[in-house]
Write a new protein. Structure first.
Length: 674
């Protein structure tokens, strides 16, 4: 079945022009057909991969120190002597002397032309149809090294990731295991060179816990962890034999691993093919938009709506700004204290001096009267001027500055003009608010103050007029620029929305294809699962969740559930239990702190005598409590009390905590008696 799925995918991809993924699918098909089980060894440079492989082979086939410049995979299998070099462009070459390691090394250095070196040897302990892959160090500075190692891991049925004892927590190790996990690969972690461990510095048990904690802290998943030393097999902490047993067990059940590897391999290739299709579609459809996180056709549509609303609002900006300024102007004047108590007194004195009957008595009366009138005028003028500066000018200038920022008017000349706004309060302004012929009364003083405020208001309006004109002119220029910018943004965003909608159509179709693949493969992998215990396979396909209905018989569960029997040490006979509880309740009545416990114990005792129990349904609003209760009550009201007969052996379990407390109280009583 899986073979058919793989062949179908390979043919489809080849027909679509995706040659690279089609070839990879064909390689997986060949691997399945030949029933080959592959184990890949990876890790950083000098982690001990070659040494470990030599131990497994039973001979020193590989150099004890990996070649740091190698950019190729080395595959080793059992068979007649053969050394094959596979090139990127040329046909494969068989070496005349397949045991010439120096010649093999030279080919390994050529990462531009050579892709793989395969070695077959009869003198090895590995079983038939088992292939060992040695990969370059994952910390190689040559990108080709890393790509060569990662490309072959898709075919591996088991990945052994070796980490040097002193570099387990290195950033490279953690990052690589994370990458594997993201590709649904869960390697066996092998901590090598544990002969370097010093028990005096740190116990080996603590070291193992530290390794496990490091992996768990970073949410890294492995298929097991082994601690080995190839140089000191006699070490008690060496788990070399356990690792060999694990490998033997996996080889014995290799068919399952091969199927799971192929299933996941096709899945990964399907993802790559989808990405290839997307790239081609984007090029064909002109979908060259670089996607931002969280961008969708919906979010782009909202963005377009806002831009269109802004475009409609632009012609009204000048009027809107002027209205906002006038509202602020009215607000400032309505709250300004231009004529407080002392200013009104000054106005009263001034108005009094303006009366025809006002006269300063004594010598030189005329001159003294004019002098007094002048002083009172100056006093009122000064008071109003101070109030204007404190309550009008400061706030009005600040509001104008705020409007410049809100409407993004960046003009130094306008800012300077705002700062230079100055409305002087002159004697002419003071006299202009007077009303000729008015009688000098308190009401007239208040009326005069209101008229004086109106005069000041008119002066400020006249002073603001040229500033507002300049601001509107600048805003008009800014508006034209923004309109042009918005037009360009709308065109770009509309194109992005089109691309997003198209991409989402592709994604919906791709998700259906991937879901269909998982559904088909899940049935295959489910059939091959062992019934007694799940395998620690390095690769897994999550089976499709199947939800089935179920029913529960409470009475049946209670009758057959031995785990709910009474506690050891408590009497098994119901009447004897009742006697114990009654006696215990009487004993704990002497303890003030146990009053509430005694009350609840007596309530439970009463229910026990009635041989009934309650089931409480607890949950959030609309969680389905009523429906659940109706199911058990066969349609009766869910608010009814659910009661039924219960076996005596299980009733006592509801009182287990209370019985323990009674026993404890009895022990206290016995100690006191002694």
């Amino acid at each position: 079945m899986l073979q058919e799925i793989g062949e179908e995918l390979a043919e489809q991809w080849k027909a679509a022009g995706d040659i690279e993924n089609s070839k990879k699918a064909e390689r997986l098909l060949v691997k399945m057909k030949e029933n080959k089980w592959k184990v890949a060894f990876c890790g950083h440079f000098s982690a001990g991969k070659s040494t470990m492989i030599n131990h497994l082979l039973g001979k020193d086939l590989l150099p004890s120190h990996p070649i740091p410049t190698s950019a190729n995979i080395v595959e080793i299998k059992k068979g007649n002597h053969e050394a094959r070099v596979t090139f990127k462009e040329k046909s494969p070459v068989l070496l005349e002397d397949p045991t010439d390691l120096q010649a093999i090394k030279e080919y390994c250095k050529d990462g531009d032309e050579v892709t793989e070196v395969s070695i077959a040897t009869p003198a090895t302990s590995i079983p038939a149809n088992v292939i060992i892959m040695d990969t370059p160090g994952i910390d190689s500075t040559d990108k080709a090294h890393r790509l060569a190692a990662e490309a072959k891991l898709d075919e591996a049925d088991l990945i052994l990731y070796l980490m040097d004892y002193h570099h387990v927590e290195s950033k490279e190790n953690m990052a690589f295991i994370k990458e594997l996990n993201e590709r649904y690969m869960y390697p066996v972690a092998v901590i090598s060179q544990i002969d370097k461990h010093n028990e005096a510095e740190l116990s080996f048990k603590s070291f193992k816990k530290k390794v496990a904690s490091t992996l768990a802290r970073q949410s890294l998943v492995t298929s097991g962890t082994f601690f080995i030393s190839s140089f000191s097999p006699e070490l008690e902490i060496n788990e070399w034999k356990l690792l060999q047993e694990e490998l033997s067990s996996r080889v014995t059940n290799k068919e399952k691993d091969i199927t799971q590897t192929a299933a996941l391999g096709f899945y990964r290739l399907l993802e790559k093919h989808i990405a290839w299709e997307q790239s081609n579609a984007e090029e064909k459809e002109g979908l060259t938009f670089t996607w931002e996180k969280g961008v969708s056709s919906f979010s782009l549509n909202k963005k377009l709506e806002k831009m269109e609303e802004r475009m409609k609002a632009l012609p009204l900006l000048e009027d809107e700004m002027e209205r906002e300024l006038l509202r602020a102007f009215d607000h400032i004047f309505s709250n300004a204290k231009l004529t407080p108590y002392h200013t009104r007194n000054a106005a009263r004195s001034y108005l009094e001096s303006r009366q025809g009957s006002f006269k300063v008595r004594g010598l030189f009366s005329r001159r003294k009267t004019k002098s007094e009138q002048k002083e009172r005028l100056e006093a009122l003028t000064h008071s109003v001027q101070e109030n204007v500066r404190a309550y009008i000018e400061i706030h009005l200038k600040q509001k104008l500055q705020d409007l410049l920022r809100v409407y993004r008017i960046d003009d130094i000349d306008i800012e300077q003009e705002i700062q230079n706004i100055d409305v002087p309060i002159t004697s002419e302004v003071i006299r202009k608010a007077e009303r000729k012929g008015a009688l000098f009364t308190q009401d007239y003083v208040l009326t005069y103050c209101r008229l004086l405020v109106s005069e000041v208001r008119l002066l400020f309006k006249e002073a603001l007029h040229p500033v507002i004109g300049r601001m509107k002119q600048n805003l008009e220029e800014q508006k034209k620029k923004e309109q042009e910018s918005l037009k360009r943004q709308i065109v770009i965003t509309e194109e992005k929305r089109r691309m997003a909608a198209k991409a989402e159509e592709y994604q919906t179709a791709w998700r259906k294809r991937i879901t269909s693949y998982i559904d088909r493969v899940s049935d295959i992998t489910e059939e091959e699962k062992e019934e007694e215990k799940p395998s620690k396979a390095a690769f897994k396909i999550n089976a499709k969740e199947q939800r089935k209905g179920f029913s529960v018989n409470i009475g049946s569960m209670a009758e057959h559930d031995d785990s709910r029997s009474c506690l050891s040490g408590a009497p098994g006979n119901l009447s004897e239990q009742l006697r114990w509880i009654e006696e215990g309740a009487g004993i704990i009545s002497a303890f003030e702190g146990l009053t509430l416990v005694r009350k609840r114990l007596l309530e439970r005792l009463e229910r026990l005598k009635e041989d009934s129990f309650q089931v409480a349904l607890f949950g959030a609003f609309s969680a389905g409590k009523s429906s659940f209760a109706n199911t058990f009550l066969a349609g009766s009201t869910s608010r009814s009390r659910l009661t039924q007969q219960r076996p005596a052996s299980t009733i006592s379990c509801l009182l287990m905590i209370k019985i323990r407390m009674v026993q404890y109280a009895l022990r206290i009583k016995q100690k006191k008696t002694c």
